[in-house]
Each structure stands twice: as structure tokens, then as C-alpha cells.
Design a protein around this ligand. Sequence first.
Ligand code: FAD
Length: 501
Amino acid sequence: MSLPSATAYDLVVVGSGPTGSTYAREVYEQHPTATILLLDAGPRLTERPGTHVKNIPHPAERARAQRESEGPGPAGRPGTRLLGSAALPAAALSTNVGGMGAHWTGACPRPGDGERVGFIPDAEMDAHLTRAEELLHVDAHAFDQAPFADEVRRRLSALFDPGRPAHRRVAPMPLAVTTRPDGAHTWSGTDVVLGGAAADERVEIADRCLGLRVVLDGDTATGVVVRDLVTGEERTVGARAVVVAADALRTPQLLYASGIRPPALGRYLNDQPQIVYAVRLPDDIVAAHRAVTGRTRDQDGAIVPQSGVSWVPYTDAHPFHGQVMQLDASPVPLADDTVVEPGAVVGLGWFCAKDISPDDRVEFGDTAADAYGLPAPRVHYRYSDRDLATIEQAKKAVAEAGAAVGIPLDDSPFLLPAGSSLHYQGTTRMGPADDGTSVCDSHSRVWNTRGLWVAGNNVIPTATACNPTLTSVALAVRGARALLDRLQAPAGQSTPAASRP
Ligand code: FAD
């Protein structure tokens, strides 16, 4: 792809992950003539832009797509590259059309209790979450046939459900996945989020195009300076509205590079400390399952490589998000004569809500540059005493959950390196007022700047423990409504900037 074909668009979105694509889809559907440019620094991996790499059938093709998404620097999990931060050693980024949304697991739990944004009315947020579930094709029953999933949930329910409201009890994990008529699964990438927008000439997707800075005319965003990463050519594209959806580490980078530097920019960075533990179901349960279902080991193993995924929701009383994955192989070495029963090895991951602090931050300066020539990120991040106490409680909770499910395979639960959750939040957080602790309002409009929105997990202001993409897509749905108001305002009548009260 070369530079964008036109010199101006109604909407320019920097970053083609799930949240940038949500803005594109909502504006495309609700504004009959709007022209939209979606920029991404990374390559287009598949003919249909934004397809999840798990849907690429050939393993070598899939590996190629993952490698191409990693960008410059040391590789992290497939499809990501490590940021290279000592403070957040596992922090990783994806650089490709579709962003991390081409690689994600697709777990889409709704936030609950203290995870929810207190200054957005519940009914409004629920409507946005419902729309986000539609956009991502979320289904909680895609793996109902997985062996032992009911048994795992029965055991977890006995431990966790007493005293919980119905909607916060142990349940199958809602996943962004579609079950095809032949029983196979299609994972939702941003091709699904974009829907018909991806194939319409009103929407252009420019890959290998870096957003260098947002152009301002006074307090109004009027476009983006773009560099074609193949030819090095640069151009300014005009826009009536700009959305920066460049992930939680690079969205504040682009604002900084544009001279937009509110005091909260890059601050309140939080990643969910993640505790993991592995157990296996007792042999008598496995034998009883074989007797009742009549299914053999091979028949069970043919279902999916990672079968059941269950959810222990966050509540204020149990302030952790539990993701329970049944695996076909043990993550730890077993005795030589152990036969692994598909679905009977259970990995438990407990995500904690971080103690949010303005001192945890990604900061930028005017001298050091990253591999793209943008201001280099420097992360400051630590666990507070409260975090360390939370982590100990989570270890206890996951050990209890493991004991309820089966026989431990690990000696004890352990904490993964900081950044492992890949759920970085808070760096352009929203707030109810421009009091220096937020970057944007509850519609994701950057304070005191007209025509500029931010998107991604970075706008979430609360300490969530649950996988955050559903929430950030819901907040993008909300932001898109305000953006449409701007695009639909009669010529010459501009909507007010989000501003000091
Ligand atoms: P991203 O998807 O990160 O996309 C940002 C895009 O911006 C990138 O494509 C990047 O190339 C582009 N970009 C950055 N800077 C620029 C620039 N200057 N110019 C142009 N383009 C730029 N989340 C969940 O909720 N549930 C899960 O189960 C889950 N599992 C995951 C598993 C894996 C292996 C991974 C990698 C992630 C997982 N996540 C999960 C995280 C989830 O994918 C992210 O929360 C989500 O993709 C964030 O969407 P986004 O649109 O904000 O940003």
C-alpha cells in the first residue's frame, strides 16, 4: 500500500485494532456519505483485512503472519514484539492491520462492580456493551461440547457461587468466536468488527503507514501527518475528526509527538498482575465421563486444541477475574506413564486489579526515538504494598480454586512477569471532569481539543481485572456517537470541545 489515495477524509483513524475499527464501522454505518481512512503502521496480513491469524488454515502461512506482526525488536508471544522495558518486562505490542485483535484469545467478559466506570450511567454502558458484543460476535456457548467443561464449572460454582447475584456466577467464558454450520470455529478479528465497511470504497485501509503526528489548527485537530514506511514519503491528510487508537503505549506517544501533553498523559498505567496454576481432574471423574458419554479419548481430543474456557467473574468481594482453560496437554512435565486426557488438564489464570497510581506511567522526551523515529517510551512501574497483598490473596484464591477442581500439577500458584496480561490500561484515561487526572471525557474526546478522540484500553479509568477489550470497544461505541454528532453538525456549526467545567 502506498500513501492514502485522497488528501482529506471525514474521519482518520490511527490504528486498525478492535477499537479503531469500531469507530470506522459505527461512522460508516450511521453516516451515509462519510469517508474514512484507517491507518496502520503494520502490514496487511491477509486478503480480507484484519482476519484473525487462527483462521489461517496453513501452519506455515499462520507463522508468517505472526512474524510479520511483530515489527522491529525482540519477539514476545507469537504476533507481538517486546517493548524492552525492565519495569514491565513482558510488555508487548502488535503492529499489523487488526492489531492485537488478529492474535487475541477473544475472551470478552463484561466488567462488574468496581470495574465499571462510575460516571457512565449503567443502562448506557450496558447498551454499549451489548453493541460491542454484536460487533465482536461474542458467544458464550461456542464450546459447550468441550469434554469436562460442565464438570469443571460445577466444581468452581460450588466454591464461588454462594452469595453471588445470578449474572456474576461461574459461567462459560463469552468468546469472540462464531461456530460455523460444520462445527468449526471462526475467531473474530477486525474483519468481523468492520463488517461491510472493509469492502466499501468509502473506507480505505492504508497499511505500513505510520501516523507521525496529529495536525492542530489552534485547538482543533485538522488532520494527520502520515509516513509511508515502504517509501519514506510523507503527506498530511486532512480530517474533520481524528481518532488515535494506537494501543495503550503508542496512543500517548502520538499525542506527545503532536504537542498534546495534558498532565495525565501516559500516567495511571496499569496492567493486571496474573497468577497461574495448573491442575488435573481426578481419574475417577475422567473414567465416569467415559462411561456416561461413551466417547473415547481420541474423539474428545478432536474437538479443539484448547477446549473449555470458563469464567469466574470479578466481584468486589472476590476482586479477581478467573479465566479457566482446559488444555489437551499439560503445561508442566508429567510422569512418563501419565496419559493426558483431553480437557482434563486445567490451567487457572487469576487476573488482579492493580492499585492505580499516577506514578506508574509511560513517559516520553524530545531526544530519544524508537525504531519508527517517534519519541521513545520509558516505563515507570512498580507494585505497591497493596498490590503485593492483592497478589498474595489471589495466590490463595487460585490455590483454593485448583483444589476444588482437581490435583495440582504445579507446586504452588505463581506470578507471571509484569506486563504478561497484555491488558495495558489507563494511559489516556477518561474522567468526569478535566481536573488533571484524565486525558479525555466520558465520550473519549481529548480535553480542550476539538475533533480529537482517543480509543483503546488506555481510556479505561478503573482498575479492571477482566479482559478489557469488550469494555474498550463499548467505550469506542460511545465515543463514535459523539463523533457522529460532530460529523452530522451543519457546516459552520461546530460541536463544543470537551473542556474545563
Ligand atoms: P491494538 O489491537 O493493539 O491495535 C493498535 C494498532 O495501532 C496496531 O495495529 C498498531 O500497529 C497501530 N499503531 C500504533 N501506533 C501507530 C502509529 N503511530 N501509526 C499507525 N498505526 C499505529 N484481550 C481481551 O480482552 N481478551 C483476550 O482474550 C485477549 N487475549 C489476547 C491474547 C493475545 C495473544 C494478545 C496479543 C492480546 C490479547 N488481548 C486480549 C488483548 C487485545 O487483543 C487488546 O486489548 C486489543 O487488541 C486492543 O485493541 P486496540 O484497538 O486498542 O489496539
